[in-house]
Design a protein around this ligand. Structure first.
Ligand SMILES: Cc1cc2nc3c(=O)[nH]c(=O)nc-3n(C[C@H](O)[C@H](O)[C@H](O)COP(=O)(O)OP(=O)(O)OC[C@H]3O[C@@H](n4cnc5c(N)ncnc54)[C@H](O)[C@@H]3O)c2cc1C
Length: 455
């Protein structure tokens, strides 16, 4: 197929119930626009099913017409499709098939299709509960747990995919299956980290966490304080208990009227996170960082729903190029290298350089975990750059690459699927890749589903 031409199989989609936009249709550019505006996908068609029956009909008709299917939620994590020929592929956008039901007795959320974390946490918190969600409220639950998922509850409660009870999936022939510890256990193993390469996820049941409120917030300094704050946080993070999960970022914002004054046109250092401790113990733990006189300190007991806004992730679609690595240590030499890259006085071309504290329960694989049940490493380092103007990304790619290369002496071989924005297979060890291939062969033998995971 030549990109820009309609795949002959697409005409069959005209008759289905779900809204479909083909190449050349009015609205095609709007339909293919992802949350990450730097990712320019040109699929044969975009379908937006609104119900289980619309998903099954779409899968059946598209497969019979010889098309491939690429399920997506919001488009936060579609960088892996960059450069992939999608001219015979239907992007299945799940954002219009949503819903959440909280089973308070079981402490489980039953989450439909493309539902975002914000809807789930709002519903859970109305019942005094929360979940191991990520930093961005508008990421979809399915896409998050299919990639493992790292939350600010993670040093206490582990990788978020470990909290998934079951996953409902529509396969290429339109059949609906449920994968859990007792039904299709191999598929259940593969889905929790292996992403959207096996089918279209239409429901996730996820265990909730028993927190109505938590001690959480952020501390903020001007970047001129980085040489004091970064080593202090690194040293502090080595001593905090498992109940504390924090992140340190150096962020650089252009002057923008829509930004609050404490961000607009500024280079800053931010430490934020969640302490699952009584207030007096949390306050005592925080003291050494507060002693560094942050200009802003929002730490307080807060309803758990407030954690959704804590990390200040962009509230609307944004262009971004990102890269990460997992660090075995963030010792004095690593701190020096980090500061040489992004500390005071440097020009690094990044929106943010982040060190997230891992270890503790993040590093423990529980019995019955999926392919991504833990992270072997102590910290995650991430760089994000905004290509200006999109989609001209070479400078942004070079900036994130520079940052990750600088930390190579401390990085392990581990990678985290949700933070991986490239098409790659080396997310997993060869044994797990072979096992994933076996599941793919059994569940999707014709290779109908495409995702960023290269099997
Ligand atoms: C601002 C920002 C903050 C983030 N914060 C965190 C964080 O704190 N912790 C963390 O772990 N990650 C984080 N991420 C990464 C994010 O969790 C992943 O990109 C996640 O995959 C996004 O899921 P999505 O469905 O919203 O995105 P999409 O890009 O739509 O989906 C990503 C992939 O998931 C699969 N998928 C999604 N939905 C379905 C479905 N219904 N059926 C089958 N496959 C599906 C597909 O393979 C798809 O390509 C962040 C990303 C951004 C941009």
């Amino acid at each position: 197929m030549i990109e820009g031409l309609t795949h002959p199989g697409c005409e069959a989609l005209r008759g289905i119930s779900a809204p479909v936009t083909l190449v050349g249709d009015p609205g095609y550019d709007e339909a293919r626009r992802m949350w990450n505006l730097a990712v320019d996908l040109r699929p044969a068609a975009v379908a937006s099913p609104r119900s289980l029956s619309e998903v099954t009909e779409l899968a059946r008709v598209a497969t019979a017409a010889g098309l491939h299917l690429a399920p997506v939620g919001t488009g936060h994590g579609v960088g892996g499709f960059t450069g992939v020929d999608l001219s015979d592929t239907v992007i299945v956008r799940m954002q219009d098939f949503t819903g959440v039901r909280i089973d308070v007795d079981q402490q489980v959320a039953v989450v439909t299709g493309g539902t975002r974390w914000s809807a789930v946490i709002e519903a859970a918190s109305a019942n005094g509960l929360t979940a191991a969600h990520g930093s961005a409220p508008d990421v979809a639950v399915a896409g998050f747990v299919l990639g493992g998922g790292l939350s600010f509850y993670g040093r206490q409660h582990g990788v978020s995919a470990n909290h998934v009870r079951s996953v409902q999936v529509v396969l290429a022939d339109g059949s609906v299956v449920t994968a859990s510890a007792t039904e299709l256990p191999e598929l259940f193993w593969a889905l929790r980290g292996g992403g959207g390469t096996f089918g279209i996820v239409t429901e996730v049941q996820i265990e909730l966490l028993p927190y109505a409120d938590v001690f959480a917030g952020m501390l903020l300094w001007d970047r001129s304080r980085a040489s004091q704050v970064v080593p202090a946080w690194a040293e502090w993070s080595r001593q905090v208990p498992d109940s504390v999960t924090t992140s340190l970022r150096i962020m650089s914002f252009p002057p923008r009227p829509e930004l609050p004054p404490f961000l607009s046109g500024r280079d800053i250092v931010v430490v934020d996170g969640v302490f699952l401790q009584p207030d007096d113990q949390a306050a005592a733990l925080l003291e050494p960082l507060q002693a560094l006189n942050p200009e802003l300190d929002t730490f307080a007991r807060t309803p758990a729903v407030g954690v959704l806004a804590m990390h200040m992730d962009p509230p609307a679609p944004t262009p971004g190029v990102m890269k990460h690595c997992v660090l075995d240590a963030f010792d004095e030499a690593a701190v020096d290298r980090f500061l040489a890259q992004v500390g005071d006085g440097t020009r690094h071309g990044l929106l943010l350089a982040e060190i997230r504290h891992l270890g503790a329960a993040f590093a423990v694989t529980p019995n019955g975990a999926g392919v991504f049940g833990s992270v072997a490493g102590s910290y995650l380092a991430q760089a994000v750059a905004v290509p200006m103007p999109p989609p001209n990304a070479p400078a942004a790619r070079a900036a994130v690459q520079d940052f990750i290369l600088a930390l190579r002496p401390w990085s392990s071989a581990a990678l985290v699927p949700t933070f991986t924005d490239e098409r790659r297979a080396e997310l997993f060890c060869p044994t797990d890749v072979a096992r994933l291939r076996g599941v793919k062969q059994a569940i999707d033998p014709a290779g109908t589903f495409v995702s960023a995971l290269e099997l």
